[in-house]
Write a protein of this length. Structure first.
Length: 239
């Protein structure tokens, strides 16, 4: 009971600030649960917004005040939803975003953080964890489930995985990569398959987009893999 009163006090303090809280979810049931969880903690009355990243970004203030907080229902195991999260982050870099996702392992939580989330909440626990996570990110903190924090270390690629990814970003086909690295095509496919799992992507195009995205910080690391031309690459990955 004391904890609930303390949380309500924090929520009331947040109410005093010009903070706009957005709830974005395709599923109406999840959206209502998110709104109710925030309302119980006396967090500023949230605004429900439908549509994609563009609609969410357009609903937020641009007057130099508090950038706003978005609670975004997005399955971190779904590359399309992660692409939506990245797009929202690119549109409004100053936003504070809490991703609400079905239960994940540490890899899934890390994937959401790398895509642009400031906090991650498991959907099954949102009634208890959403409001505290919103208040944490409003205060400039990151918020993740305690039980996965030990697995949030930076992605580690093997030397060959880094080389293969760099060549994919440069637009080379598997055969061209195999010729450049003196490997068989099947070996190249194996390295790329492993790297794609670590990145949480399903295609060469998605992998190349991440490598070439300066916000992800992957390009600088992959330059050390022996493909200097990657520094100026702006081409699409080979199909």
């Amino acid at each position: 009971m004391e904890g609930a009163r303390a949380l309500n006090g924090l929520g009331a303090a947040l109410l005093a600030e010009p903070v706009k809280v957005i709830v974005a979810a395709d599923d109406q049931v999840t959206s209502r649960r998110m709104v109710a969880a925030l309302a119980r903690a006396a967090v500023r009355a949230p605004v429900e917004v439908g549509g994609g990243a563009e609609a969410v970004a357009a609903s937020l203030p641009v007057d130099g005040g508090h950038p706003g907080i978005v609670t975004l229902a997005c399955d971190a195991s779904n590359p399309e939803r992660m692409a939506e999260l990245r797009r929202l982050r690119k549109l409004r870099r100053e936003l504070r975003i809490v991703a609400v996702s079905p239960a994940l392992d540490a890899t899934g939580v890390r994937r959401a953080l790398e895509a642009g989330a400031d906090g991650v909440v498991f959907e099954s626990e949102l009634e208890v964890t959403l409001a505290p996570s919103v208040l944490a990110v409003a205060a400039g903190q990151a918020a993740v489930p305690r039980r996965v924090r030990g697995g949030l270390q930076k992605l580690a690629f093997s030397h060959r995985e880094r080389q293969a990814l760099a060549h994919v970003a440069a637009g080379l086909t598997n055969k061209q990569i195999a010729d450049a690295l003196f490997l068989s095509e099947s070996t190249v496919k194996s390295h790329l398959s492993s790297a794609f799992v670590k990145l949480g992507v399903h295609s060469r195009k998605e992998a190349a987009a991440l490598v070439l995205d300066p916000d992800q910080g992957l390009g600088a690391d992959l330059l050390a893999a022996g493909v200097p031309a990657l520094a100026g690459v702006r081409t699409q990955a080979a199909p």
